[in-house]
Design a binder for this molecule. Structure first.
Ligand SMILES: Nc1ncnc2c1ncn2[C@@H]1O[C@H](COP(=O)(O)OP(=O)(O)OP(=O)(O)O)[C@@H](O)[C@H]1O
Ligand SMILES: [Mg+2]
Length: 304
């Protein structure tokens, strides 16, 4: 599917763009950035949100794809980069079969790789079965950093779907992002692994003199009470051992419609957001936009 194949009926700035416009914008993104006080040009950089987890299979990709679908519906140009190197599958959840993937990025520009999903947002499909681009390749982080500049003319926001775990690739991508959403479930192993990731990001970030912006998303919950209890446990250990106030970004109900949307290969939020998991994902999207500074406290768009 090409960038031009917009989903009918969805209104957004993407709808006014044709493929040529988007590609021109991507090519133009080689331009020098803003000039500050006659000094060196500052490269324009798109804000980035990383979706990560300590434990695998907790719902990162479902969350990333649906958050992008919800954000796109608000007319915000969002591009999802599938950075689950080696086992990428965001394209599967989006219902597309890309011909080009991120593993070709060393030779090709993102403009050749980014495709429009049926839900409307842009997707940079990740690599599948490419061992040389799997864990530990530091150039992946440089790729994503480069992407944030290359996409500056064509996107308002980049969402990164990372792989699971606390290896260098995942942590590096989270450090590159402006906000990291750590997804966990109520499963004790998921909570333990989430803390391991939170700890690693926090300590690595501090070693660089930064304070990380990260928070948790509790997925597959049976109630908001359960979600808050999981957040409370993680926040308590973060406070005690890391002196870090861990934010609660949101929770997502366990919902058969989400599992069904995966089987249907179509994001739930491309169509509705009134109940259950869809409502939770829509609310989470608003929280993320507010936290990253694209919505003000009244829910109005900022700076677009
Ligand atoms: N809120 C939910 N309600 C019901 N099912 C869910 C929910 N979230 C995720 N799932 C189910 O969990 C499966 C795994 O989700 P997903 O692929 O997003 O996990 P992941 O964290 O990206 O996995 P990986 O670590 O392998 O990348 C989905 O296919 C879906 O069936
Ligand atoms: Mg995934």
């Amino acid at each position: 599917m090409s960038v031009a194949q917009a989903s009918p009926g969805i209104q957004s700035r993407y709808d006014r763009d044709d493929q040529a416009t988007l590609l021109r914008a991507l090519v133009r993104s080689n331009r020098p950035g803003r000039v500050q006080n006659d000094a060196e040009p500052v490269p324009v950089r798109v804000p980035m949100i990383a979706i990560a987890s300590g434990k695998g299979g907790v719902g990162k990709t479902v969350t990333a794809v649906n958050v992008c679908a919800a954000i796109y519906r608000q007319g915000i140009r969002v591009v999802l980069i599938d950075a689950d190197f080696g086992t990428a599958n965001a394209d599967v959840l989006c219902g597309i079969s890309p011909t080009r993937r991120l593993d070709a990025m060393t030779q090709q520009r993102l403009s050749r790789i980014c495709v429009r999903t049926p839900a409307g947002f842009g997707l940079v499909p990740g690599s599948v079965g490419m061992k040389h681009l799997a864990k530990g390749d530091v150039s992946q982080r440089a790729m994503v950093r480069h992407a944030a500049q290359e996409l500056s003319a064509a996107a308002d926001l980049i969402v990164i779907d990372t792989g699971a775990g606390i290896d260098e690739t995942v942590v590096g991508l989270c450090l590159e992002a402006d906000l990291t959403a750590v997804v966990a479930t109520g499963d004790p192993t998921s909570i333990a692994d989430a803390y391991a990731l939170i700890k690693t990001i926090t300590l690595r970030s501090r070693s660089r003199g930064d304070q990380p912006d990260l928070g948790v998303v509790i997925n597959q919950t049976r109630s908001s009470r359960e979600a808050h209890a999981v957040h409370h446990r993680l926040a308590a250990v973060s406070k005690r051992f890391l002196k870090h106030d861990l934010a609660m970004l949101g929770w997502i109900s366990r919902d058969g419609k989400i599992a069904e949307s995966v089987r249907q290969r179509s994001p739930l939020l491309a169509v509705r957001a009134r109940r259950g998991g869809a409502r939770d994902l829509a609310r989470l999207s608003q929280t993320l936009l507010g936290r990253i500074g694209l919505l003000d406290q009244g829910g109005n768009r900022v700076g677009l």
